[in-house]
Design a binder for this molecule. Structure first.
Ligand code: DGJ
Length: 733
């Protein structure tokens, strides 16, 4: 619901309020974002007043923008905090003065042209307000769009700049969401990592000054995720205030905040401005990606579940959004590049016997790619390995009863490829300068439509011929020497963003032409695991690290924002290829169950016992798949803080729960440690492997971990390192 009094605008649902005030100078001021407030017409009394100056004109006093909380702060007019945008005007000055012109309120939520964004399925699900502002002197217009959802404690925002004056201006910064929090008593949480250890949770107190995370790699990156949360010092998983901000974008981003010496925290998220400069010519517009802010007073867990619901149901889209995801087997760790048709068919036959549903042929099926030095861009089958083509292989795999999926890395080109030899200018790079190779490859210039068209035709042809059921879309290096040979000098600052628009264009065309195909995103593991890609590909390869112990951290951190259904999670062989660690096959499965489950090994090499175990695991997963993939997710004990990790998938009606508990290192004669469950109904009685108990008892008193680890299972009686259990709870009254 959106109320307005002409001066104050109140976006409200049953959980949150977001209040905007029109300032006397025509700018938009920020009043409040947090738990729901009852509507009233005038919010003057809560608008802050500083001692040195006033945030609004005051009799006999000067007033300063520096003291006013803003919606979309500008530079150079007295607010000396970080600005949300910077435009270099035709005269070279960098001051903007956007003043309110009008606003319009409508039910629903418009789509954002060319960009992934949250959406609604009926207009009753949301209400949107668009403010029109104008900087008359400069000849620029600005639209600020806000959506409040009926069913989610979330606000979605984006901005759109238009040039109405003569000549062109340069947008040097254009963030999507700026939020002036009224104090700085927060801690900042970000997700940081690297290849094979993506999205570790990083929490620290705010300090005066600027702090945050970013990517300048051309992808959202494994290093930082386009997300940050502000939590009160006493906020934990289950209680306390949490504000999460997330950018629906897959390229360079900035997510940072400034704690001013005035005690205000300005949080901002948007396209990264390093290397960014967008030329806006007469009659042109520029739309920022969407950013989403979620508010919760049920701690970080509440924030995450709000993101999971919103992103799972109203960001991911297409037929696979709500469908149970197939159990797949991927041959990457099983064979790497060393395979031929016979080997693949044998793997598929063996996998089919175990109950797997989909076979995915990974890297190495095209060109003459026997290692990672060649052939990217030459999406033609390698007849040496697959004499009957992809079509012939797909038919044989299907004959085993499995569906068939294929790996592509559409955005890349190898120096040793026919494509590069024919079109060296299609690779990103600066003529006359050496191009830096990454994994022995270059990045195609997806800012050029003809390049995207060319790749579309090749991928589309293979899809149609082989009737693919699934595509794994990989992307294995970052962008260096950013330069497009198709753009003039003054537009080179647009390449990073145009590249991502090209990626989205290809995704859009492939997914809309082939709606039945399940797309899984990947970027050297989880190097582009973000809301922008989630819109097109409802699941992503979470990490190249398949070690179960490592995965506890990776999946725990990823779950801050992303639902289990989005996390590809596979059982691989031991010793693990990334860590050398040996874990029990049931430990590996128990962690991978909490995602889009699969295997990444050569099933021919399993012992008979292991095959029986895998059969049992697959049957178990099929029985509980919906709960594992789509259940509400509760984090209970953090692998970043404890030797014990625990989390739970709970059915929406709280009648069923699958609680995973893992102990990394075993200790002799352990002291008592209880795991207190969460998310259950306190007044219902649950039966589970250790008997039966009421929800209140399980949540307040908890379960002794020593007993829990002894629940009989495939481990036998022995408790060692790297072991875990899944508690199966079912309400019986
Ligand atoms: C990186 C991916 O994350 C792996 O799963 C695999 O597909 C390789 N690329 C193939 O080159």
């Amino acid at each position: 619901m959106i109320y307005h009094s002409g001066r104050d605008f109140h976006l409200q649902n049953d959980k949150i309020s977001y209040i905007i005030r029109l300032l006397p100078n025509g700018h938009l001021g920020h009043v409040y974002f947090g738990g729901r407030l009852e509507q009233r017409d005038d919010w003057s009394n809560v608008f802050p007043v500083g001692e040195g100056a006033y945030s609004e004109p005051h009799p006999g006093k000067s007033w300063s923008l520096d003291w006013a909380p803003h919606e979309y702060p500008t530079d150079g007019q007295g607010d000396f905090h970080q600005p949300a945008f910077v435009i270099e005007q035709t005269d070279g000055s960098r001051v903007s003065d956007f003043k309110y012109v009008s606003h319009r309120i409508a039910k629903g939520k418009p789509r954002l042209e060319g960009l992934p964004a949250t959406y609604v399925e009926s207009d009753d699900e949301a209400e949107t307000i668009v403010f029109e502002l104008e900087d008359k002197e400069a000849g620029n217009r600005l639209e600020l769009m806000y959506t409040v959802f009926r069913d989610y404690p979330a606000i979605a925002r984006s901005a759109r700049f238009s040039r109405v004056g003569k000549g062109s201006v340069a947008i040097r910064r254009a963030y999507s969401f700026s939020l002036d929090l009224a104090d700085s008593d927060y801690e900042l949480i970000t997700l940081s990592g690297a290849w094979a250890r993506e999205r570790y949770v990083n929490r620290r107190p705010l300090v005066e000054g600027v702090q945050g995370v970013y990517s300048a790699r051309g992808a959202s990156s494994a290093n930082f995720n386009p997300f940050m949360a502000f939590v009160r010092p006493n906020t934990d998983e289950q209680q306390g205030e949490a504000i999460g901000m997330s950018l629906v974008y897959s390229g360079n981003f900035d997510a940072d905040c400034e704690v001013g010496t005035d005690g205000v925290t300005r949080a901002m998220i948007g396209i990264g401005d390093r290397g960014f400069c967008w030329r806006l010519g007469e009659g042109e517009s520029f739309r920022t990606p969407e950013a989403v802010a979620v508010w919760s007073e049920e701690g970080l867990g509440g924030m995450s579940r709000a993101f999971h619901r919103l992103y799972g149901r109203r960001l991911a889209h297409g037929v696979w959004r709500d469908r149970p995801r197939p159990i797949l087997i991927n041959n990457w760790e099983g064979t790497y590049f060393d395979f031929d048709e016979q080997k693949i068919v044998e793997i598929a036959q063996e996998a089919a016997k175990l109950g797997v549903e989909l076979f995915v042929l990974d890297d190495g099926w095209f060109g003459h790619r026997d290692d990672d030095h060649s052939s990217l861009g030459d999406w033609f089958v390698d007849g040496r390995k697959l004499p009957n083509g992809i079509v012939g292989l797909a038919d044989k795999v299907r004959a085993t009863g499995l569906k068939f999926g294929l790996w592509f890395e559409p955005e890349m080109v190898s120096p040793d490829s026919d494509l590069f030899r024919a079109h060296p200018d299609w690779a990103i790079g600066i003529p006359g300068r050496e191009r830096t190779e990454g994994r022995n490859q270059y990045v195609l210039d997806f800012s050029r439509k003809e390049v995207v068209d060319f790749i579309f035709d090749l991928v589309d042809k293979t899809i149609v011929e082989a009737k693919l059921d699934y595509i794994k879309w990989d992307m294995n290096r970052n962008i260096t020497e950013v330069f497009s040979q198709a753009l003039p000098a003054e537009k080179q600052g647009e390449v990073f963003h145009r590249y991502i628009l090209g990626v989205y264009d290809l995704y859009e065309r492939l997914t809309s032409k082939h709606p039945e195909i399940l797309f899984e995103s990947c970027a050297g593991g989880g190097g582009r695991f973000d809301p922008g890609i989630l819109y097109y590909a409802p699941q992503g390869w979470t990490s190249d690290d398949t070690d179960a112990v490592e995965r506890l951290k990776i999946q725990y951190g990823t779950s801050m924002v992303y639902p289990q259904s989005s996390m590809g999670a596979h059982v691989s062989a031991v010793p693990n290829h990334q860590t050398g660690r040996i874990t029990h096959i049931d430990t590996r499965a128990s962690v991978a169950y909490y995602g889009a489950f699969g295997y990444e090994l050569d099933p021919r090499k399993l012992t008979d016992d292991e095959k029986e175990t895998v059969k049992r695991q697959i049957a178990y997963y099929k029985q509980h798949r919906e709960l594992f993939q789509f259940g509400e997710f509760f984090r209970i004990s953090s692998p970043f803080e404890s030797n014990v990790t625990a989390w739970a998938a709970v059915s929406p009606d709280k009648s069923k729960a699958l609680v995973g508990v893992w102990q990394v290192l075993n200790r002799p004669n352990q002291p008592l440690k209880r795991i207190r469950l969460v998310g259950l109904d306190p007044s219902r009685t649950y039966k589970y492997q250790l008997g039966r108990a009421r929800g209140d008892e399980l949540m307040r008193l908890g379960i002794d971990i020593r007993k829990l680890l002894r629940i009989s299972g495939n481990y036998g009686d022995f408790i060692g390192d790297f072991m875990g259990r899944i508690l199966e709870l079912e309400a019986i009254d």
